[in-house]
Design a binder for this molecule. Sequence first.
Ligand SMILES: Cc1ncc(COP(=O)(O)O)c(C=O)c1O
Ligand SMILES: [Zn+2]
Length: 441
Amino acid sequence: MRKKFHFQCLTCGHEIDGFEEWFGNNQSCPKCGTNQVYTIYSTLKENLIDLLKTDKHISSLWHYFDFLPLNKKENIVSDGEGISPIQRWKFLEDFARNHYGLNVEVYVNRNDYSPATGTFKDKGATVAASVLKEHGIKEYVVASTGNTANAFAQYLAKAGISASIFVPQDSLRENFVHIGSLGQKVYIVKGDYAYAKKLAKEYAEKNGLLISIGNMDPLRLEAKKTTAFEIIRQLGKMPDVYIQAISGGTSPLALEKAFHDFQNLDILGEKPRMIFIQGDRCDPQVQAWKKAKAAGFPEGWEHDYPVIENPKTLVPTLATGNPVLYPRLAKLVKRTGGEYFSVNEEMAVDTSRLVAYEVAVKVGPASAIGILGFFEALKNNAIKDNESVFINMGEGVRRAITFLEEVSYTTEQVTDITDLKRFDRCKYKDFVWKPFYEHYT
Ligand SMILES: Cc1ncc(COP(=O)(O)O)c(C=O)c1O
Ligand SMILES: [Zn+2]
């Protein structure tokens, strides 16, 4: 019988039999030693068409089991993740029309709804936990800025797998307590994310343990590629523009993988223009891109990027100071005719406030950076008339209480009835829009 899937090395093309061989060879290619592979399925690709057409209730991304790297359904470890609703946000469309004269459709992926930990990192975690369970792995190591840490801690706990999680010290405090309360081990590393990754790697090597190998890890790529499937299933089309706050780049790289798998088949449509957003206090990819663009993309441009050590940022979730996958991500941006923009991190609070006011959705700091990117893209003429825009919003505010305290603005202390006045929330409209009128009109 043909195997459901195998891996192919992206460097030398060598074929790796499956997870036994991949894990057995320390998650690297036995021939060339690199660790970037694509998962290749023997499933008939056209089978996806029926999965996208279904009108049955879908309870998780395991709806796409045929295109996920697990052999037996009995090993699935799931909490109903990956099927978040995609909503149309009219207030952003109105802004584009009223201030830029553009008719655009704006869709936002509500990953904050993800039942387990409230972020799109639950997708990678369900696939990782299931595969590790299938292969009898009992211990796993992860380094993360916070959201992946939480998602993996939770799903691995559900699978009975011990997780040692390394997070940089500036990670949001709430992350630590969530992980710790699950009885998973959390190490707060004195240093930045790059150092947390280094320490995690050393720990894994010293003890012969498996470690999540980052943004190109097939466990994460395969999980997140289902985002492309969900766009088609829910919207019936691939949008013209894809906007996301970027850190290491798992989500766009996964989207690229989805397009690779279904190329030449008219299932997913055309790749959208990729617009990646970084906060201005840790934006090495934006800096590199601007430099390359100004120089006319000279030979080898994609390998020229700065490394920001110990970034001091208001959004630590996104703080990848050493973007090792920039060469791949930047080429994807260039190929799709996309762009990179930096946004003012101080406006993350304003953005979260605006969104909560307009659509009653509380978005976390990393998501706010992505949504702010929509305004930045408008200002820089990166969105055209009659286009559709998809914002991959990664998180809500579940572990961002301190941030939410900054967002909140109506609390008032009272002692008796004379302090109380009638309340009309309309009076806040100007207040929540003001920063956007100032910076984006
Ligand atoms: C909420 C949120 N948005 C965006 C990102 C960036 O994700 P990536 O660059 O890996 O696709 C992260 C990563 O931690 C995140 O947690
Ligand atoms: Zn190889």
